[in-house]
Design a protein around this ligand. Sequence first.
Ligand SMILES: CC(C)(COP(=O)(O)OP(=O)(O)OC[C@H]1O[C@@H](n2cnc3c(N)ncnc32)[C@H](O)[C@@H]1OP(=O)(O)O)[C@@H](O)C(=O)NCCC(=O)NCCS
Length: 157
Amino acid sequence: MNIAPLNVDLIPQTMALMDLGKPYVKARTASDYWLYATLFSTTCPTALIDDKLAGAVIAFRSQDKPEDVYIQDVMTHPDHRRRGVAQALINHVRDQAIQWHCTRIYLTSEPDNTTAQATWESLGFTNAGGDHLINGVPVITDFKGPGKHRAVYQLSL
Ligand SMILES: CC(C)(COP(=O)(O)OP(=O)(O)OC[C@H]1O[C@@H](n2cnc3c(N)ncnc32)[C@H](O)[C@@H]1OP(=O)(O)O)[C@@H](O)C(=O)NCCC(=O)NCCS
């Protein structure tokens, strides 16, 4: 597995990969991926296996809270799951965040995405707490706007 920053040549493959992530991940627009590849590639690693895209993470260092890195999307191709792709990608982001002296990586999950929650917990993330429980998972009401309740997971660095 080769971990490399997102680049503009990988945008079509990245959009096709993200399209496979429904309902939890949806492809954003080509303009969005151009932005990620051009301005944020340091925290947008891709995983290539035999030169094909097996996974990708889209993450950003916060400008408003520079001690934070936020992970927006994590996606592993269905043919490559449970082989450490997400782990390698998130570790790459974590190593970069440590180099920047950031203190936290965080992300949100849909309350019913138990596979994702198992992944975050296996990588050392913990639930940041919530104001109600869904299926036993602490969830913050309206975290991403009205009706968008999310479980928040964070990793202290
Ligand atoms: C969640 C997702 C990114 C995990 O990717 P992955 O590359 O398969 O994960 P990894 O192989 O790195 O798994 C690391 C650990 O997470 C846990 N894990 C991952 N998938 C799991 C599953 N289906 N059930 C239980 N635990 C799981 C395990 O502890 C695993 O380690 P192990 O295989 O040695 O037991 C992948 O399932 C996916 O792309 N899902 C669809 C998109 C999505 O929901 N993304 C998250 C929302 S942003």
